[in-house]
Design a binder for this molecule. Sequence first.
Ligand code: DGL
Length: 259
Amino acid sequence: MSSSRPVGVLDSGIGGVTVMREAQRLLPNEDYIFFSDSVNNPYGDKSDEEIISRCFEIAHLLIDVRGCKALVLACNTASAKAADALRKKYKDTPVFAIEPAYKMVHDLNPEGFTLVLATRGTVNSEKFRRLYYRYYNHNTALLACVGLADLIEQDRAEELKKYLEDTLGKYRGRVQNVVLGCTHYPIAKADMREVLGDVNFFDGSLGISKRLRDILTEKELLNDGGKQGEIIFIDSSPDKEMKKQKEERFFSILNEETL
Ligand code: DGL
């Protein structure tokens, strides 16, 4: 058995492209519909109720209207706050959640000084707290990076450099591991390296994509049509010019050689 229905992917903006890249690399034959909710960006400072209700609206569009066979939450904040509610509602559709890759640090370099960067919403969520204290290495600084995802989303390069210098500069020379706990952050890796030097980055995009592959395989839902799949990009902005800009940036990051 197989299924040619698309996979739905959502984020508060274009940041989820960092998950989309890995998913497409592992499952190139799948069709994807990526929903960028830029009108409601950032999610990091919204209440649980607001995020759950917005994710329900997007899930309705992707699953009920567009017929997606799986939903990938390419957003750590939405994953921490809305994944359980979505799974309760969509019992027959697998819902995949991402989380900050702190366990990877525990597995690969637990002694090293670690910075965990995430949105305020993720940092304050119960789900993240459980993960964090489970793998806490007594050598970690946890930073709620208010405003960082917006600077990346809006491509405000100069302000981004200043933000990173102000926030991360004091850790220069003593950091080994950096957990990128928001799907927007890997887009700024090169800028972070300029401030921090050579560090190991960890993010959850490969993990969630592997789970997507494994579950679609197990449920016999893979698209085995044998041809390269396509990605449809939807942005919630009512402004046509804005939509176009988002789409161009999304595909340009998707096709970048290095990230
Ligand atoms: N990209 C999202 C995340 O992974 C959220 C960014 C935001 O909208 O605050 O948390």
